[in-house]
Design a binder for this molecule. Structure first.
Ligand SMILES: C[S@@+](CC[C@H](N)C(=O)[O-])C[C@H]1O[C@@H](n2cnc3c(N)ncnc32)[C@H](O)[C@@H]1O
Length: 247
């Protein structure tokens, strides 16, 4: 399937999957911790999807949020839902985005794992860099390349599992099978690139630092679920936060 069309067909299901507990207690919690105070800041939300985090960040007092996504259907949903503040949603491939502004913070919630090759990852990183002010930050959440592939099938209780080819290597697809809280199933592919490839791409694109961060579990998540419930996720994170600063 052409890359543009993938999320057009699963947009509604993907939105439903945002109700899974790990989304709130780990994914969102980690993002908010990485973001810090966004009041009066300008934010570029790359691969914004249907705008869940654009809306959240806008409601936290950001001066302006611009969301970009390759899927017209996702952007249609984002525009329909709107935001509480000043915002804009653009249909565009991040790879060819070019410079659209100078933002304080760029967000990439599951952007980088769409790169199939080191070159493509580099183009994503450059697109982030040219749209950031000097000293600006990139934060995100992503497939975690340190996740051992033997653990890919151990996340079903959280509503998803991952799968890849034997002896996964650069550019191999990682298929996510997701079950929504109301029991509907769908799947999509991300791509594996090694931790070294990530580090190199951020460095070469002009970032002074790059690190994998968390993932962190919210207090609410830890007290509202049985003891040990989050162990499989937290001991071998399938997904992880990321943070980088532009020179
Ligand atoms: C897993 S969804 C995440 C959406 C949103 N960030 C969230 O956390 O809900 C990934 C999104 O990346 C978008 N995407 C994939 N490749 C892209 C690209 N090259 N440029 C822009 N968006 C892209 C897809 O259309 C999809 O909406």
């Amino acid at each position: 399937m052409e890359k543009k069309a993938v999320y057009d067909t699963i947009a509604e299901l993907y939105k439903q999957s945002k109700m899974l507990p790990f989304r709130l207690h780990i994914e969102q919690f980690t993002l908010l911790k990485l973001l810090g105070d966004v009041k009066e800041k300008t934010i570029l939300d790359l691969a914004c999807g249907e705008g869940i985090y654009s809306r959240k960040i806008s409601s936290m007092g950001a001066a302006r949020v611009v969301g970009v996504d390759i899927s017209p259907k996702m952007i249609e949903l984002a525009r329909k839902a709107g935001t509480s503040g000043k915002s804009e949603f653009i249909v565009k491939d991040v790879e060819t985005l070019g410079k659209i502004g100078k933002f304080d913070i760029a967000v990439g919630m599951y952007l980088m794992n769409y790169a199939k090759t080191p070159k493509q990852l580099m183009r994503f990183c450059r697109a982030v860099a040219i749209n950031l002010k000097s000293g600006g930050r990139f934060v995100g959440f992503n497939d975690y390349p340190y996740n051992p592939q033997e653990k890919y099938g151990t996340y079903e209780k959280y509503g998803f599992k991952k799968s890849t080819v034997p002896a996964r290597k650069e550019g191999d697809p990682i298929t996510y099978y997701i079950t929504t809280p109301d029991g509907r199933e769908f799947q999509f592919d991300n791509f594996y690139l090694s931790p070294g490839t990530y580090e190199k791409a951020f460095k070469q694109a002009g970032f002074s630092s790059f690190s994998w961060e968390g993932p962190w579990l919210s207090k609410e998540g830890s007290i509202n679920y049985p003891e040990g419930y989050w162990d499989d996720f937290m001991n071998h994170p399938p997904l992880c936060g990321m943070s980088s600063r532009k020179n």
